[in-house]
Design a protein around this ligand. Structure first.
Ligand code: XMP
Length: 512
């Protein structure tokens, strides 16, 4: 068992970011609810405890509090934001509502380095989000750092090894935040850095086996990073008890179905069912041009097809999903964090209740880059792990207006050329997403001696770190020229190529 740091969760949207920072330092961390009993905490034999931030005020009656016995365990404790105020309140300091809510960046002045600020600059920009303030230190404590609004922005009781930070060291906007967390882990808790992705795989396998027992699991495989990694992990845990279902909705990219099947055959030697449902989807979509209506039809039909496949399988108890932590927090509308995507999604989370499946989500605590790392450890190739995101409704939202086979064919061929050139030029990996969009607009052109009257293809290429904001990519002229020439010369049905130079917001990445 690797050394464990327990993160008690008081409801901050950053709790998992703290856990992630600890994992990045190769230390095992476990997130537990704030009211976890002291017996359970003791049984894990933690080398340190972190109290997360949270939206409540310690001054409010009934606000979340940990068991006070936590402070008698003889284990180092680090309180972050709400966690610091909790220490102040529970250890006889004083917390008051501050006049000014401190939100966003502030300057931190370190007055005493102690172990937390060892080898760190005395002046840092840090990120805050709090309304209350510690106004009197609990006994045994002293100040380590201050901001304009708070004399106790960082505190320590070196004897009992209790530490508090008013700001959020875990977020990227906090300068040296990661080093401060590492100082707590290695300087204070004396952690050994003895944990890695291999350990994650082992412990996940154990808990998947425990949860599933002898029962059967289904997973909707899209061929994207998340579902492929989830499939590989679950397959490693329970082998034949897992069946993956791949729905061919007729809105896939060129050769996509074959590639997913090949990936599966080569890397996840389990059971795969392919539901060939293109005709059903395209029939329902005939004549539909409203984007939301298209999405709803695609979502509903997906569920129907999936449900049918599950019924054919018979006895199934679990639905596995590659839900990641950012998907989990997307539904939590707290300022500063990725908010919900504004378009309706058709993921399998919306399966009808009558299916009565329990959810199995082994990637729920991970971030995208960690999932890629995990996938690599499981032997999946970069062609899957580094793949750009592809929306559930697929080309259905990239053929603008009515969808038909001919338009899909034009779009597929153009898109394959664009992606191929991006790979060849080394640009693919620098982009968040790139694709073609079919515009139901016809324009005049000349080819040889002939006049043409064909459709327009728009190229979309964006950089982004989380899809919440995105900028159009400054692709080189020579690359754009090549892609445009190839599409116009090689794709029958397209005689004009345009480049989309809109950023998000106010535009979105997809056109529909
Ligand atoms: P937008 O177009 O809203 O897209 O800027 C943000 C990101 O979400 C992806 N996207 C989807 N993903 N199902 C998905 O799984 C969907 O319905 C869906 N719609 C958009 C989009 O490709 C981009 O990465």
């Amino acid at each position: 068992m690797p050394q464990t740091i327990i993160v008690l969760d008081f409801g901050s949207q950053y709790t998992q970011v703290i856990a992630r920072r600890i994992r990045e330092a190769n230390v095992y961390s476990k997130v537990l609810p704030f009211d976890t009993g002291i017996k359970e905490i003791k049984s894990l034999n933690p080398v340190g405890v972190v109290l997360s931030g949270g939206p409540a005020s310690v001054l409010t009656k009934g606000s979340p509090k940990p068991n006070r016995a936590l402070f008698k365990l003889g284990v180092p404790v680090l309180g972050i934001c709400y966690g610091l105020q909790l220490m102040g309140k529970l250890l006889d300091g004083e917390v008051q509502k501050s006049q000014l809510r401190e939100y966003g960046r502030s300057n931190l002045r370190v007055v005493r380095k102690g172990l937390l600020f060892k080898n760190i600059s005395s002046s840092l920009t840090v990120w805050n989000s709090h309304g209350d303030c510690l106004t009197a230190l609990p006994s045994g404590f002293r100040a380590l750092a201050e901001t304009e609004n708070s004399s106790f922005a960082a505190i320590e009781d070196p004897k009992r090894k209790f530490y508090g930070l008013q700001f959020h060291p875990e977020v990227e906007h906090s300068e040296s935040g990661i080093e401060i967390i590492r100082n707590f882990l290695f300087g204070v808790c004396k952690c050994k850095a003895d944990w890695d992705m291999g350990d994650f795989i082992e412990s996940s396998i154990r808990s998947i086996r425990e949860k599933v027992g002898q029962k059967r699991v289904i997973l909707g495989l899209s061929g994207g990073v998340d579902s492929s990694v989830a499939a590989a992990l679950i397959h490693k845990a329970i082998g034949k008890q897992l069946t993956c279902i791949f729905v061919d909705n007729g809105l896939l990219r060129l050769n996509e179905r074959e590639e997913v099947i090949k990936l599966f055959r080569n890397h996840i030697p389990g059971k795969l069912k392919v539901a060939a449902a293109a005709a059903r989807f395209l029939k329902r979509l005939r004549g539909v041009s409203n984007p939301e209506t298209k999405r709803k039809i695609i979502g509903k039909t997906f569920i129907e097809v999936f449900d049918l496949e599950v019924t054919k399988l018979g006895d199934v108890d679990f639905l596995a999903q590659g839900t990641l932590y950012p998907d989990v927090i997307e539904s939590v509308p707290i300022g500063g964090n990725p908010a919900a995507l504004i378009k309706s999604h058709h993921n399998v989370g919306g399966l009808p209740k009558k299916m009565k499946l329990s959810l199995l989500e082994p990637l729920r605590e991970l971030f995208k880059d960690e999932v890629r790392k995990l996938g690599r450890s499981l032997g999946l190739p970069d062609s899957v792990l580094m793949r750009h995101p592809f929306p559930g409704p697929g080309l259905g939202v990239r053929v603008i207006g009515d969808i038909n086979q001919q338009r899909l064919k034009v779009l597929r061929e153009a898109d394959a050329i664009f992606i191929n050139e991006l790979h060849k030029s080394g640009w693919y990996g620098k982009l968040w997403q790139a694709f073609c969009v079919f515009l139901p607009v016809r324009s005049v052109g000349v080819m040889g001696d002939e006049r043409t009257y064909e459709n327009v293809i728009s190229l979309r290429a964006v950089t982004s770190s989380d899809a919440m904001t995105a900028d159009w990519a400054r692709l080189p002229d020579s690359l754009l020229r090549k892609v445009s020439n190839r599409i116009i010369n090689e794709v029958k049905g397209a005689n004009r190529v345009v480049y989309d130079i809109s950023s998000k917001p106010p535009s979105t990445i997809e056109w529909e």
